[in-house]
Design a protein around this ligand. Structure first.
Ligand code: TMP
Length: 219
């Protein structure tokens, strides 16, 4: 695959989606055009599945059903959007991807890692992000932001603090295990602090990707 896959990850209220545009600008500054997409979703069917995954309803969705829905959406997205873009050599910025499944369905729901790894093997077939920017903030800070935002909470936002703590812990464990792929951004402070961190830390990581792409890996 010739393109480059950059993913944004983080718990609810960490500022991930609201800084997507800034990340896009920093990627554009490398001289690459970039396609922006998200999961679950990114195709018509995947968006329908997203609604099922997130809409609160009277019938509980079992953890195994939930992970199958997530991977069904991912398969649609991979085959119709992600793979064709990467095969065409494009850079893709994806708001959430596989690490969210380990964090939410694995950490949050307690689903076994083996199940997720099996489904990952079937669908991703070795594809992995080139860079993952993880927005990290203490759960109480992040959930307060979600509360202030107002609106109806989705099925996942309604989970309790302990659940969100497990999600955060899983993200951080994955980042610690794979520092070459992850860039962790401290999102505990205000927007100005978060933006200053992105501005300082992301461009060098993007420059390394550009060097790798041109066959001149980091010194
Ligand atoms: P978002 O709008 O923040 O991207 O919300 C998507 C929600 O879907 C978020 O609560 C996390 C959840 N999700 C999973 O539970 N598993 C996954 O694999 C993905 C990609 C998202």
């Amino acid at each position: 695959m010739n393109g480059c896959l950059i993913t944004l990850e983080g718990g609810e209220g960490t500022g991930k989606s609201s800084h997507l545009e800034m990340v896009r600008r920093l990627v554009l500054a490398t001289g690459h055009d970039v396609i922006v997409t998200h999961e679950p979703g990114g195709t018509t069917v995947a968006e329908q599945l997203r609604r099922i995954i997130l809409e609160p309803g009277s019938e509980p969705i079992l953890p195994l059903s939930e992970v199958l829905l997530v991977f069904a959406a991912r398969q649609q997205h991979l085959q119709h959007t992600l793979r064709p873009a990467l095969e065409a050599g494009l850079w893709v910025l994806c708001d959430r991807f596989i690490d969210s499944t380990y964090a939410y369905q694995g950490g949050g729901r307690g689903l076994s890692r083996t199940i997720i790894e099996t489904l990952e093997g079937w669908t991703l077939d070795g594809l992995r992000p080139d860079l993952t920017v993880l927005f990290d903030a203490p759960v109480e800070v992040a959930l307060r932001r979600v509360e202030h935002r107002g609106g109806i909470l989705d099925r996942i936002e309604r989970e309790d603090v302990a659940w969100h703590e497990r999600v955060r812990r899983t993200f951080l464990q994955r980042a610690q295990a794979d520092p070459e792929r992850f860039l962790v951004i401290d999102a505990a402070g205000d927007n100005a602090a978060l933006e200053a961190s992105l501005e300082a830390l992301l461009p060098p990581r993007l420059a390394a990707l550009v060097r790798e792409e041109s066959g001149h890996p980091s010194p």
